[in-house]
Design a binder for this molecule. Sequence first.
Ligand code: M6R
Length: 611
Amino acid sequence: MCGIVGYIGKEQAAPILIEGLSRLEYRGYDSAGVAVFDAESGSLAVHKAKGRLQVLSEQLHGGADLDSTVGVGHTRWATHGAPSDINSHPQMSRSGKIAVVHNGIIENYTELKGFLQSKGVPFVSETDTEVVAQLIEYFYDGDLLQAVGRVLRRIQGAYALGILCADCPDRIVSVRKDSPLILGWGEGCNFIASDVTAILRHTRRVSYMEDGELAVLTREGIRCYNHLMQPIDKDVVTIDWEMDAAEKGGYEHFMFKEIMEQPEALRRCLSPRIRNGEAVFEDFSLSEDYVKTMNRIYIVACGSSYHVGMVGKYHLERLTRIPVEVALGSEFRYMDPIVDEHTLVIVISQSGETLDTMAALREARRLGGHILSIVNVVGSSIARESDQVLYTWAGPEIAVATTKAYTTQLALLSLLALFLAKRLGTVPEGDFQAMLAAFKELPDKMEEVLSRRDDIQYFASQYFHHNSIFFIGRNLDYALGLEGSLKLKEISYIHSEAYASGELKHGTISLIEDGTLVVALSTCDKLFAKAMSNVVEVKARGASVLALTVESRKEEMSHIADAVMTIPDIHDLLLPTLGVIPLQLFAYYVALMRGCDIDKPRNLAKSVTVE
Ligand code: M6R
Protein backbone atom coordinates (compact mmCIF):
# COMPACT_ATOMS: atom_id res chain seq x y z
CA MET A 1 0.00 0.00 0.00
CA CYS A 2 1.23 3.47 -0.81
CA GLY A 3 0.11 7.07 -0.38
CA ILE A 4 -0.62 9.49 -3.20
CA VAL A 5 -1.13 13.22 -3.13
CA GLY A 6 -1.43 15.70 -5.98
CA TYR A 7 -1.87 19.47 -6.08
CA ILE A 8 -2.64 22.03 -8.75
CA GLY A 9 -3.17 25.66 -7.76
CA LYS A 10 -1.41 28.96 -7.29
CA GLU A 11 0.80 28.18 -4.31
CA GLN A 12 4.11 26.36 -4.31
CA ALA A 13 3.24 22.70 -4.83
CA ALA A 14 6.20 20.88 -3.31
CA PRO A 15 5.74 21.97 0.34
CA ILE A 16 2.03 21.07 0.06
CA LEU A 17 2.92 17.67 -1.39
CA ILE A 18 5.51 16.93 1.28
CA GLU A 19 3.23 18.00 4.08
CA GLY A 20 0.43 15.89 2.58
CA LEU A 21 2.74 12.90 2.27
CA SER A 22 3.72 13.22 5.92
CA ARG A 23 0.08 12.42 6.74
CA LEU A 24 0.08 9.42 4.43
CA GLU A 25 3.31 7.88 5.66
CA TYR A 26 1.30 5.38 7.71
CA ARG A 27 0.37 3.82 4.34
CA GLY A 28 3.97 3.10 3.40
CA TYR A 29 7.31 4.49 4.39
CA ASP A 30 10.18 2.82 2.59
CA SER A 31 10.72 5.60 0.06
CA ALA A 32 9.12 8.79 -1.20
CA GLY A 33 9.17 11.08 -4.20
CA VAL A 34 7.62 14.08 -5.92
CA ALA A 35 7.33 15.27 -9.51
CA VAL A 36 6.52 18.91 -10.30
CA PHE A 37 6.32 20.86 -13.49
CA ASP A 38 9.28 23.21 -13.74
CA ALA A 39 8.11 26.21 -15.79
CA GLU A 40 11.62 27.50 -16.44
CA SER A 41 12.82 24.36 -18.20
CA GLY A 42 9.37 23.36 -19.43
CA SER A 43 9.91 19.83 -18.11
CA LEU A 44 9.06 17.67 -15.14
CA ALA A 45 11.45 17.79 -12.17
CA VAL A 46 11.52 14.52 -10.24
CA HIS A 47 13.05 13.92 -6.83
CA LYS A 48 12.99 10.56 -5.08
CA ALA A 49 14.72 9.08 -2.07
CA LYS A 50 14.84 5.70 -0.41
CA GLY A 51 13.91 5.81 3.28
CA ARG A 52 11.45 7.80 5.29
CA LEU A 53 9.88 10.93 3.86
CA GLN A 54 12.21 12.94 6.07
CA VAL A 55 15.14 12.00 3.83
CA LEU A 56 13.41 13.49 0.79
CA SER A 57 12.15 16.44 2.75
CA GLU A 58 15.65 17.29 3.98
CA GLN A 59 17.03 17.00 0.46
CA LEU A 60 14.42 19.46 -0.80
CA HIS A 61 14.33 21.71 2.31
CA GLY A 62 10.72 20.80 2.88
CA GLY A 63 9.96 21.45 -0.78
CA ALA A 64 11.25 25.03 -0.78
CA ASP A 65 13.85 24.10 -3.41
CA LEU A 66 11.24 23.46 -6.08
CA ASP A 67 9.45 26.27 -7.86
CA SER A 68 6.18 24.96 -9.25
CA THR A 69 2.44 25.15 -8.69
CA VAL A 70 1.52 21.65 -9.87
CA GLY A 71 2.83 18.26 -8.84
CA VAL A 72 2.24 14.75 -7.54
CA GLY A 73 3.87 12.97 -4.61
CA HIS A 74 4.11 9.42 -3.32
CA THR A 75 5.11 7.50 -0.24
CA ARG A 76 5.87 3.87 -0.99
CA TRP A 77 5.50 0.44 0.53
CA ALA A 78 7.43 -1.79 -1.85
CA THR A 79 5.69 -4.61 -3.70
CA HIS A 80 7.49 -4.83 -7.04
CA GLY A 81 11.18 -4.08 -6.65
CA ALA A 82 13.03 -3.47 -3.40
CA PRO A 83 12.97 -0.03 -1.78
CA SER A 84 15.50 2.11 -3.70
CA ASP A 85 15.73 5.55 -5.28
CA ILE A 86 15.11 4.05 -8.72
CA ASN A 87 12.08 2.01 -7.69
CA SER A 88 10.51 4.93 -5.82
CA HIS A 89 7.65 6.81 -7.41
CA PRO A 90 6.99 8.90 -9.43
CA GLN A 91 7.96 6.55 -12.23
CA MET A 92 8.79 8.26 -15.51
CA SER A 93 8.38 7.46 -19.18
CA ARG A 94 11.60 7.15 -21.21
CA SER A 95 11.57 10.78 -22.40
CA GLY A 96 10.71 12.12 -18.95
CA LYS A 97 7.49 13.55 -20.30
CA ILE A 98 5.09 11.46 -18.21
CA ALA A 99 5.26 10.99 -14.42
CA VAL A 100 3.07 8.47 -12.61
CA VAL A 101 2.40 7.82 -8.94
CA HIS A 102 0.58 4.56 -8.23
CA ASN A 103 -1.02 2.69 -5.37
CA GLY A 104 -1.89 -0.95 -6.10
CA ILE A 105 -0.54 -3.66 -8.37
CA ILE A 106 -0.58 -3.97 -12.16
CA GLU A 107 -1.04 -7.72 -12.47
CA ASN A 108 -0.16 -8.06 -16.17
CA TYR A 109 2.87 -5.78 -16.05
CA THR A 110 5.32 -8.48 -17.16
CA GLU A 111 3.42 -9.05 -20.37
CA LEU A 112 3.07 -5.30 -21.02
CA LYS A 113 6.72 -4.71 -20.24
CA GLY A 114 7.66 -7.43 -22.74
CA PHE A 115 5.49 -5.76 -25.35
CA LEU A 116 7.09 -2.36 -24.79
CA GLN A 117 10.59 -3.81 -24.71
CA SER A 118 9.90 -5.48 -28.05
CA LYS A 119 9.19 -1.95 -29.34
CA GLY A 120 12.55 -0.78 -28.04
CA VAL A 121 11.33 0.93 -24.86
CA PRO A 122 14.06 0.73 -22.18
CA PHE A 123 13.15 0.22 -18.51
CA VAL A 124 15.12 1.44 -15.54
CA SER A 125 13.17 0.16 -12.52
CA GLU A 126 11.77 -3.16 -11.35
CA THR A 127 8.35 -1.68 -10.71
CA ASP A 128 5.01 -2.47 -12.28
CA THR A 129 4.30 1.27 -12.25
CA GLU A 130 6.97 2.14 -14.78
CA VAL A 131 4.98 0.11 -17.31
CA VAL A 132 2.06 2.53 -16.87
CA ALA A 133 4.23 5.60 -17.45
CA GLN A 134 5.90 4.05 -20.49
CA LEU A 135 2.62 2.81 -21.92
CA ILE A 136 1.01 6.25 -21.62
CA GLU A 137 3.91 7.75 -23.53
CA TYR A 138 3.69 4.95 -26.10
CA PHE A 139 0.05 5.83 -26.82
CA TYR A 140 0.42 9.58 -26.38
CA ASP A 141 -0.12 11.64 -29.52
CA GLY A 142 -0.94 14.98 -27.96
CA ASP A 143 -4.14 13.91 -26.14
CA LEU A 144 -3.24 12.80 -22.62
CA LEU A 145 -6.72 11.70 -21.62
CA GLN A 146 -7.08 9.51 -24.67
CA ALA A 147 -3.67 7.93 -24.06
CA VAL A 148 -4.64 7.20 -20.45
CA GLY A 149 -7.92 5.70 -21.68
CA ARG A 150 -6.04 3.35 -24.01
CA VAL A 151 -3.73 2.30 -21.19
CA LEU A 152 -6.68 1.57 -18.90
CA ARG A 153 -8.08 -0.83 -21.46
CA ARG A 154 -4.83 -2.81 -21.26
CA ILE A 155 -3.80 -2.86 -17.63
CA GLN A 156 -5.24 -5.33 -15.15
CA GLY A 157 -5.12 -5.21 -11.39
CA ALA A 158 -5.69 -2.58 -8.73
CA TYR A 159 -4.64 1.00 -9.13
CA ALA A 160 -5.02 4.56 -8.03
CA LEU A 161 -2.95 6.72 -10.35
CA GLY A 162 -1.84 10.33 -10.39
CA ILE A 163 -0.45 11.37 -13.78
CA LEU A 164 1.47 14.46 -14.87
CA CYS A 165 2.46 15.26 -18.43
CA ALA A 166 5.09 17.89 -19.28
CA ASP A 167 3.07 18.89 -22.37
CA CYS A 168 0.00 19.84 -20.33
CA PRO A 169 1.27 21.39 -17.12
CA ASP A 170 -2.14 22.83 -16.30
CA ARG A 171 -3.63 19.50 -15.32
CA ILE A 172 -3.33 16.31 -13.30
CA VAL A 173 -5.10 13.18 -14.48
CA SER A 174 -6.21 10.65 -11.89
CA VAL A 175 -7.74 7.21 -12.15
CA ARG A 176 -9.06 4.72 -9.68
CA LYS A 177 -9.75 0.98 -9.68
CA ASP A 178 -9.79 -1.07 -6.47
CA SER A 179 -7.46 1.36 -4.67
CA PRO A 180 -8.74 4.42 -2.84
CA LEU A 181 -8.45 7.90 -4.28
CA ILE A 182 -10.29 11.06 -3.35
CA LEU A 183 -10.64 14.40 -5.05
CA GLY A 184 -10.32 17.58 -3.02
CA TRP A 185 -12.12 20.74 -4.18
CA GLY A 186 -10.36 23.95 -3.16
CA GLU A 187 -10.59 27.63 -4.09
CA GLY A 188 -8.42 28.10 -7.17
CA CYS A 189 -6.72 24.83 -6.40
CA ASN A 190 -7.60 21.14 -6.45
CA PHE A 191 -6.18 17.94 -5.02
CA ILE A 192 -5.99 14.19 -5.27
CA ALA A 193 -5.11 12.05 -2.28
CA SER A 194 -5.27 8.49 -0.99
CA ASP A 195 -6.85 9.75 2.19
CA VAL A 196 -8.60 12.88 3.42
CA THR A 197 -5.95 13.58 6.08
CA ALA A 198 -3.44 14.53 3.37
CA ILE A 199 -5.45 17.52 2.19
CA LEU A 200 -7.62 18.47 5.14
CA ARG A 201 -5.48 21.53 5.88
CA HIS A 202 -6.50 22.92 2.50
CA THR A 203 -10.04 21.77 1.90
CA ARG A 204 -12.87 19.90 3.57
CA ARG A 205 -14.80 19.36 0.35
CA VAL A 206 -14.09 15.97 -1.17
CA SER A 207 -15.47 13.47 -3.66
CA TYR A 208 -14.79 9.76 -3.53
CA MET A 209 -13.73 8.33 -6.88
CA GLU A 210 -15.47 5.11 -7.88
CA ASP A 211 -13.87 2.18 -9.67
CA GLY A 212 -13.23 2.91 -13.32
CA GLU A 213 -13.56 6.67 -12.96
CA LEU A 214 -11.12 9.26 -14.28
CA ALA A 215 -10.68 12.86 -13.23
CA VAL A 216 -8.90 15.78 -14.82
CA LEU A 217 -7.88 18.43 -12.32
CA THR A 218 -7.11 22.00 -13.30
CA ARG A 219 -6.81 25.11 -11.15
CA GLU A 220 -10.36 26.05 -12.06
CA GLY A 221 -12.09 22.76 -11.35
CA ILE A 222 -12.31 19.00 -11.70
CA ARG A 223 -13.91 17.17 -14.59
CA CYS A 224 -14.88 13.55 -13.95
CA TYR A 225 -15.57 10.71 -16.37
CA ASN A 226 -16.92 7.19 -16.07
CA HIS A 227 -15.15 4.14 -17.52
CA LEU A 228 -16.68 4.91 -20.93
CA MET A 229 -15.12 8.39 -20.79
CA GLN A 230 -18.54 9.99 -20.49
CA PRO A 231 -18.61 13.13 -18.31
CA ILE A 232 -20.24 12.58 -14.91
CA ASP A 233 -21.10 14.73 -11.89
CA LYS A 234 -19.67 13.73 -8.56
CA ASP A 235 -21.24 14.31 -5.15
CA VAL A 236 -19.16 16.57 -2.98
CA VAL A 237 -19.19 15.81 0.75
CA THR A 238 -17.91 18.00 3.56
CA ILE A 239 -15.59 16.40 6.09
CA ASP A 240 -16.71 17.35 9.56
CA TRP A 241 -13.86 16.20 11.78
CA GLU A 242 -11.04 18.45 12.85
CA MET A 243 -7.43 18.21 11.79
CA ASP A 244 -6.40 17.71 15.44
CA ALA A 245 -7.99 14.28 15.24
CA ALA A 246 -5.25 13.24 12.83
CA GLU A 247 -2.40 14.88 14.74
CA LYS A 248 -0.43 13.67 17.74
CA GLY A 249 -1.65 16.49 19.98
CA GLY A 250 1.32 16.37 22.35
CA TYR A 251 1.53 12.59 22.59
CA GLU A 252 4.78 10.89 21.63
CA HIS A 253 3.04 8.33 19.45
CA PHE A 254 -0.22 8.08 17.56
CA MET A 255 -0.73 4.63 19.05
CA PHE A 256 -0.67 5.96 22.60
CA LYS A 257 -2.94 8.86 21.67
CA GLU A 258 -5.38 6.44 20.07
CA ILE A 259 -5.29 4.12 23.09
CA MET A 260 -6.16 7.07 25.30
CA GLU A 261 -8.95 8.22 22.97
CA GLN A 262 -10.90 4.97 23.34
CA PRO A 263 -13.43 5.97 25.99
CA GLU A 264 -14.40 8.99 23.90
CA ALA A 265 -14.51 6.96 20.70
CA LEU A 266 -16.81 4.46 22.40
CA ARG A 267 -19.12 7.19 23.59
CA ARG A 268 -19.34 8.50 20.04
CA CYS A 269 -19.97 5.03 18.69
CA LEU A 270 -22.47 3.84 21.31
CA SER A 271 -24.45 6.74 22.74
CA PRO A 272 -26.56 7.45 19.65
CA ARG A 273 -27.33 3.73 19.48
CA ILE A 274 -28.58 3.23 23.02
CA ARG A 275 -31.74 5.18 23.76
CA ASN A 276 -34.76 4.77 26.03
CA GLY A 277 -33.85 1.25 27.09
CA GLU A 278 -33.35 0.07 23.51
CA ALA A 279 -30.51 -0.65 21.12
CA VAL A 280 -31.26 1.67 18.23
CA PHE A 281 -29.76 1.11 14.80
CA GLU A 282 -31.19 3.81 12.61
CA ASP A 283 -28.75 2.68 9.95
CA PHE A 284 -30.12 -0.91 10.05
CA SER A 285 -32.25 -1.68 7.03
CA LEU A 286 -32.99 -5.41 7.34
CA SER A 287 -36.66 -6.17 7.70
CA GLU A 288 -38.09 -8.08 10.64
CA ASP A 289 -38.99 -10.90 8.22
CA TYR A 290 -35.47 -11.14 6.81
CA VAL A 291 -33.94 -11.30 10.28
CA LYS A 292 -36.32 -14.13 11.16
CA THR A 293 -35.31 -16.14 8.10
CA MET A 294 -31.57 -15.70 8.53
CA ASN A 295 -30.03 -19.17 8.68
CA ARG A 296 -26.34 -18.37 8.92
CA ILE A 297 -24.03 -15.48 9.62
CA TYR A 298 -20.56 -15.13 8.14
CA ILE A 299 -18.09 -12.66 9.57
CA VAL A 300 -15.31 -11.79 7.16
CA ALA A 301 -12.26 -9.68 7.98
CA CYS A 302 -8.46 -9.60 8.27
CA GLY A 303 -5.99 -9.09 11.13
CA SER A 304 -7.41 -7.40 14.20
CA SER A 305 -10.79 -7.00 12.53
CA TYR A 306 -10.83 -10.78 12.18
CA HIS A 307 -10.16 -11.03 15.91
CA VAL A 308 -13.20 -8.85 16.49
CA GLY A 309 -15.11 -11.42 14.45
CA MET A 310 -13.80 -14.23 16.66
CA VAL A 311 -15.32 -12.55 19.71
CA GLY A 312 -18.44 -11.69 17.73
CA LYS A 313 -19.04 -15.34 16.91
CA TYR A 314 -19.31 -16.24 20.60
CA HIS A 315 -21.70 -13.36 21.26
CA LEU A 316 -23.87 -13.82 18.17
CA GLU A 317 -24.27 -17.56 18.61
CA ARG A 318 -24.99 -17.28 22.30
CA LEU A 319 -27.50 -14.49 21.89
CA THR A 320 -29.21 -15.31 18.59
CA ARG A 321 -28.66 -19.09 18.30
CA ILE A 322 -27.83 -18.60 14.62
CA PRO A 323 -24.70 -20.46 13.45
CA VAL A 324 -21.81 -18.09 12.81
CA GLU A 325 -18.70 -18.74 10.73
CA VAL A 326 -15.71 -16.43 10.95
CA ALA A 327 -13.51 -16.34 7.87
CA LEU A 328 -10.32 -14.56 6.96
CA GLY A 329 -10.81 -12.27 3.99
CA SER A 330 -7.87 -13.95 2.27
CA GLU A 331 -9.42 -17.42 2.65
CA PHE A 332 -13.09 -16.77 2.07
CA ARG A 333 -12.90 -16.61 -1.72
CA TYR A 334 -11.14 -19.94 -1.93
CA MET A 335 -13.18 -21.97 0.55
CA ASP A 336 -16.36 -22.37 -1.48
CA PRO A 337 -18.43 -20.71 1.25
CA ILE A 338 -22.04 -21.67 1.80
CA VAL A 339 -23.85 -18.37 1.30
CA ASP A 340 -27.36 -17.72 0.06
CA GLU A 341 -29.98 -15.01 0.35
CA HIS A 342 -30.64 -15.99 3.96
CA THR A 343 -27.02 -15.47 4.92
CA LEU A 344 -26.01 -12.26 6.63
CA VAL A 345 -22.39 -11.47 5.81
CA ILE A 346 -20.80 -9.09 8.30
CA VAL A 347 -17.70 -7.48 6.84
CA ILE A 348 -15.40 -5.74 9.32
CA SER A 349 -12.70 -3.28 8.34
CA GLN A 350 -11.21 -0.16 9.88
CA SER A 351 -9.92 1.24 6.62
CA GLY A 352 -12.68 -0.10 4.42
CA GLU A 353 -10.00 -0.67 1.79
CA THR A 354 -8.40 -4.03 2.68
CA LEU A 355 -8.23 -5.84 -0.61
CA ASP A 356 -8.78 -9.38 0.70
CA THR A 357 -11.79 -8.26 2.70
CA MET A 358 -13.16 -6.40 -0.29
CA ALA A 359 -12.71 -9.46 -2.51
CA ALA A 360 -14.54 -11.58 0.06
CA LEU A 361 -17.37 -9.04 0.13
CA ARG A 362 -17.74 -9.26 -3.63
CA GLU A 363 -17.74 -13.04 -3.54
CA ALA A 364 -20.40 -13.05 -0.80
CA ARG A 365 -22.50 -10.64 -2.84
CA ARG A 366 -22.12 -12.80 -5.93
CA LEU A 367 -23.43 -15.74 -3.93
CA GLY A 368 -26.49 -13.76 -2.85
CA GLY A 369 -25.62 -12.87 0.75
CA HIS A 370 -26.77 -9.65 2.39
CA ILE A 371 -23.70 -7.51 3.18
CA LEU A 372 -23.57 -5.50 6.37
CA SER A 373 -20.25 -3.82 7.01
CA ILE A 374 -18.72 -2.38 10.15
CA VAL A 375 -16.30 0.26 8.95
CA ASN A 376 -14.44 3.24 10.36
CA VAL A 377 -13.44 5.24 7.29
CA VAL A 378 -16.49 7.02 5.94
CA GLY A 379 -17.02 6.65 2.21
CA SER A 380 -14.40 3.89 1.89
CA SER A 381 -14.76 1.20 -0.77
CA ILE A 382 -16.15 -1.48 1.55
CA ALA A 383 -18.67 0.97 2.97
CA ARG A 384 -19.82 1.94 -0.50
CA GLU A 385 -20.17 -1.61 -1.78
CA SER A 386 -22.15 -2.91 1.20
CA ASP A 387 -25.91 -3.22 1.40
CA GLN A 388 -25.67 -1.35 4.67
CA VAL A 389 -22.94 0.16 6.79
CA LEU A 390 -22.55 0.64 10.50
CA TYR A 391 -19.86 3.24 11.06
CA THR A 392 -17.75 2.94 14.19
CA TRP A 393 -17.10 6.71 14.43
CA ALA A 394 -13.71 6.08 16.04
CA GLY A 395 -12.17 9.04 14.17
CA PRO A 396 -8.99 8.82 12.09
CA GLU A 397 -6.68 6.03 13.20
CA ILE A 398 -3.12 6.68 12.11
CA ALA A 399 -0.92 4.19 14.01
CA VAL A 400 -0.43 0.96 12.10
CA ALA A 401 -1.40 -1.05 15.17
CA THR A 402 -5.13 -0.66 15.57
CA THR A 403 -6.55 0.14 18.99
CA LYS A 404 -9.59 2.41 18.99
CA ALA A 405 -10.87 0.89 15.77
CA TYR A 406 -10.70 -2.58 17.38
CA THR A 407 -12.62 -1.57 20.51
CA THR A 408 -15.28 0.36 18.64
CA GLN A 409 -15.74 -2.48 16.13
CA LEU A 410 -16.06 -4.93 19.00
CA ALA A 411 -18.50 -2.82 20.98
CA LEU A 412 -20.60 -2.20 17.88
CA LEU A 413 -20.67 -5.87 16.89
CA SER A 414 -21.61 -6.81 20.46
CA LEU A 415 -24.44 -4.29 20.42
CA LEU A 416 -25.56 -5.60 17.06
CA ALA A 417 -25.69 -9.13 18.50
CA LEU A 418 -27.89 -7.86 21.30
CA PHE A 419 -30.08 -5.94 18.88
CA LEU A 420 -30.58 -9.00 16.66
CA ALA A 421 -31.35 -11.16 19.70
CA LYS A 422 -34.03 -8.72 20.75
CA ARG A 423 -35.58 -8.81 17.27
CA LEU A 424 -35.48 -12.59 17.25
CA GLY A 425 -36.86 -12.84 20.77
CA THR A 426 -33.93 -14.96 21.91
CA VAL A 427 -32.94 -12.81 24.89
CA PRO A 428 -35.06 -12.33 28.03
CA GLU A 429 -35.87 -8.66 28.69
CA GLY A 430 -34.06 -8.65 32.05
CA ASP A 431 -30.84 -9.92 30.48
CA PHE A 432 -31.24 -7.47 27.64
CA GLN A 433 -31.48 -4.53 30.04
CA ALA A 434 -28.50 -5.77 32.08
CA MET A 435 -26.39 -5.93 28.95
CA LEU A 436 -27.53 -2.54 27.76
CA ALA A 437 -26.60 -1.08 31.15
CA ALA A 438 -23.12 -2.60 30.78
CA PHE A 439 -22.62 -0.74 27.49
CA LYS A 440 -23.35 2.51 29.27
CA GLU A 441 -20.74 1.74 31.94
CA LEU A 442 -18.09 0.72 29.46
CA PRO A 443 -16.43 4.09 28.66
CA ASP A 444 -16.07 5.02 32.34
CA LYS A 445 -14.63 1.64 33.21
CA MET A 446 -12.23 1.97 30.33
CA GLU A 447 -11.10 5.33 31.69
CA GLU A 448 -10.45 3.63 35.00
CA VAL A 449 -8.21 1.01 33.34
CA LEU A 450 -6.34 3.71 31.43
CA SER A 451 -5.79 5.74 34.58
CA ARG A 452 -3.90 2.76 36.02
CA ARG A 453 -1.56 2.52 33.05
CA ASP A 454 1.53 2.94 35.26
CA ASP A 455 0.96 -0.58 36.60
CA ILE A 456 1.09 -1.96 33.08
CA GLN A 457 4.20 0.09 32.36
CA TYR A 458 5.80 -1.52 35.39
CA PHE A 459 4.92 -5.04 34.17
CA ALA A 460 6.31 -4.16 30.75
CA SER A 461 9.58 -3.12 32.41
CA GLN A 462 9.75 -6.54 34.04
CA TYR A 463 9.14 -8.53 30.88
CA PHE A 464 10.25 -6.50 27.85
CA HIS A 465 13.45 -8.51 27.41
CA HIS A 466 11.59 -11.77 26.69
CA ASN A 467 11.96 -13.06 23.15
CA SER A 468 8.98 -15.37 23.05
CA ILE A 469 5.65 -14.82 24.77
CA PHE A 470 2.54 -17.03 24.84
CA PHE A 471 -1.00 -15.84 25.36
CA ILE A 472 -3.48 -18.39 26.65
CA GLY A 473 -7.18 -18.24 27.37
CA ARG A 474 -10.48 -19.99 26.81
CA ASN A 475 -13.55 -18.89 24.91
CA LEU A 476 -13.71 -15.07 24.88
CA ASP A 477 -10.29 -14.96 26.51
CA TYR A 478 -8.85 -17.01 23.67
CA ALA A 479 -10.21 -14.55 21.11
CA LEU A 480 -8.81 -11.73 23.23
CA GLY A 481 -5.44 -13.48 23.39
CA LEU A 482 -5.23 -13.52 19.60
CA GLU A 483 -5.45 -9.74 19.58
CA GLY A 484 -3.08 -9.28 22.54
CA SER A 485 -0.51 -11.45 20.82
CA LEU A 486 -0.85 -9.71 17.46
CA LYS A 487 -0.54 -6.28 19.09
CA LEU A 488 2.65 -7.32 20.83
CA LYS A 489 4.35 -8.97 17.90
CA GLU A 490 3.53 -6.31 15.32
CA ILE A 491 5.07 -3.43 17.22
CA SER A 492 7.69 -5.04 19.51
CA TYR A 493 8.88 -7.80 17.10
CA ILE A 494 8.74 -10.31 19.95
CA HIS A 495 7.73 -13.77 18.81
CA SER A 496 4.33 -14.44 20.28
CA GLU A 497 1.55 -16.99 19.91
CA ALA A 498 -1.98 -17.20 21.23
CA TYR A 499 -3.46 -20.57 22.18
CA ALA A 500 -6.75 -21.83 23.45
CA SER A 501 -5.66 -23.00 26.90
CA GLY A 502 -7.20 -26.42 26.42
CA GLU A 503 -4.93 -26.97 23.43
CA LEU A 504 -1.72 -26.57 25.43
CA LYS A 505 -1.47 -30.19 26.36
CA HIS A 506 -1.94 -31.21 22.73
CA GLY A 507 1.50 -30.00 21.78
CA THR A 508 2.35 -26.44 22.69
CA ILE A 509 3.22 -27.16 26.29
CA SER A 510 6.47 -28.69 25.06
CA LEU A 511 7.64 -25.13 24.36
CA ILE A 512 7.19 -24.02 27.96
CA GLU A 513 10.45 -24.06 29.88
CA ASP A 514 12.06 -22.24 32.76
CA GLY A 515 11.30 -18.52 32.49
CA THR A 516 8.98 -18.66 29.44
CA LEU A 517 6.52 -15.80 29.76
CA VAL A 518 2.87 -16.81 29.56
CA VAL A 519 0.19 -14.14 29.58
CA ALA A 520 -2.79 -15.99 31.04
CA LEU A 521 -6.12 -14.39 30.26
CA SER A 522 -8.87 -15.23 32.65
CA THR A 523 -11.61 -12.65 32.62
CA CYS A 524 -14.60 -14.97 32.06
CA ASP A 525 -16.01 -15.93 35.41
CA LYS A 526 -17.58 -19.21 34.33
CA LEU A 527 -14.18 -20.49 33.17
CA PHE A 528 -12.08 -19.08 35.97
CA ALA A 529 -11.41 -22.43 37.68
CA LYS A 530 -10.29 -23.98 34.40
CA ALA A 531 -8.07 -21.00 33.67
CA MET A 532 -6.44 -21.39 37.08
CA SER A 533 -5.67 -25.04 36.28
CA ASN A 534 -3.91 -23.97 33.11
CA VAL A 535 -1.86 -21.42 35.03
CA VAL A 536 -0.83 -24.14 37.49
CA GLU A 537 0.01 -26.40 34.56
CA VAL A 538 2.42 -23.90 32.92
CA LYS A 539 3.86 -22.80 36.26
CA ALA A 540 4.74 -26.41 36.94
CA ARG A 541 6.86 -26.34 33.75
CA GLY A 542 8.73 -23.24 34.88
CA ALA A 543 6.73 -20.49 33.16
CA SER A 544 6.49 -16.96 34.52
CA VAL A 545 2.83 -16.02 34.44
CA LEU A 546 1.44 -12.55 33.93
CA ALA A 547 -2.31 -12.92 34.39
CA LEU A 548 -5.20 -10.72 33.36
CA THR A 549 -8.41 -11.09 35.31
CA VAL A 550 -11.27 -9.10 36.78
CA GLU A 551 -10.86 -7.25 40.06
CA SER A 552 -13.09 -9.63 42.01
CA ARG A 553 -10.73 -12.51 41.14
CA LYS A 554 -7.45 -10.69 41.69
CA GLU A 555 -6.69 -12.13 45.06
CA GLU A 556 -7.24 -15.73 44.04
CA MET A 557 -5.16 -15.27 40.93
CA SER A 558 -2.34 -13.61 42.89
CA HIS A 559 -1.77 -16.85 44.76
CA ILE A 560 -0.52 -18.60 41.65
CA ALA A 561 0.43 -16.04 39.00
CA ASP A 562 3.67 -14.05 39.24
CA ALA A 563 1.91 -10.81 38.42
CA VAL A 564 -1.71 -9.84 37.85
CA MET A 565 -3.26 -7.14 35.69
CA THR A 566 -6.92 -6.39 36.32
CA ILE A 567 -9.95 -4.82 34.74
CA PRO A 568 -13.15 -3.85 36.55
CA ASP A 569 -15.87 -6.51 36.59
CA ILE A 570 -18.30 -6.03 33.73
CA HIS A 571 -20.88 -8.11 31.89
CA ASP A 572 -19.29 -10.97 29.87
CA LEU A 573 -20.45 -9.35 26.66
CA LEU A 574 -18.00 -6.51 27.16
CA LEU A 575 -15.09 -8.29 28.83
CA PRO A 576 -12.93 -8.45 25.68
CA THR A 577 -13.60 -4.78 24.84
CA LEU A 578 -12.33 -3.80 28.27
CA GLY A 579 -9.75 -6.58 28.58
CA VAL A 580 -7.89 -5.55 25.47
CA ILE A 581 -6.83 -2.23 27.05
CA PRO A 582 -4.12 -3.66 29.35
CA LEU A 583 -2.89 -5.79 26.44
CA GLN A 584 -2.63 -2.76 24.14
CA LEU A 585 -0.77 -0.84 26.85
CA PHE A 586 1.51 -3.80 27.55
CA ALA A 587 2.43 -4.09 23.86
CA TYR A 588 2.96 -0.32 23.65
CA TYR A 589 5.26 -0.07 26.69
CA VAL A 590 7.22 -3.20 25.75
CA ALA A 591 7.82 -1.78 22.25
CA LEU A 592 8.80 1.56 23.76
CA MET A 593 11.32 -0.10 26.07
CA ARG A 594 12.77 -2.05 23.17
CA GLY A 595 13.22 1.17 21.18
CA CYS A 596 10.88 0.12 18.36
CA ASP A 597 9.32 2.44 15.83
CA ILE A 598 5.85 2.11 17.32
CA ASP A 599 3.69 3.95 14.81
CA LYS A 600 5.47 2.55 11.78
CA PRO A 601 6.53 -1.02 12.48
CA ARG A 602 8.81 -2.65 9.96
CA ASN A 603 7.28 -4.30 6.88
CA LEU A 604 3.76 -3.19 7.81
CA ALA A 605 1.36 -0.65 6.41
CA LYS A 606 -1.90 0.61 7.83
CA SER A 607 -4.18 -0.82 5.22
CA VAL A 608 -3.31 -3.64 2.91
CA THR A 609 -4.63 -2.95 -0.55
CA VAL A 610 -2.74 -5.76 -2.27
CA GLU A 611 -3.47 -9.49 -2.14
O1 M6R B 1 -8.45 -1.84 7.79
P1 M6R B 1 -8.75 -3.26 8.18
O2 M6R B 1 -9.47 -3.34 9.47
O3 M6R B 1 -9.43 -4.03 7.10
O4 M6R B 1 -7.32 -3.90 8.41
C1 M6R B 1 -7.17 -5.26 8.72
C2 M6R B 1 -5.79 -5.55 9.21
O5 M6R B 1 -4.84 -5.24 8.23
C3 M6R B 1 -5.45 -4.78 10.50
O6 M6R B 1 -6.36 -5.03 11.52
C4 M6R B 1 -4.03 -5.17 10.99
O7 M6R B 1 -4.02 -6.49 11.41
C5 M6R B 1 -3.56 -4.22 12.08
N1 M6R B 1 -2.21 -3.81 11.82
C6 M6R B 1 -3.56 -4.79 13.43
O8 M6R B 1 -3.12 -3.89 14.39
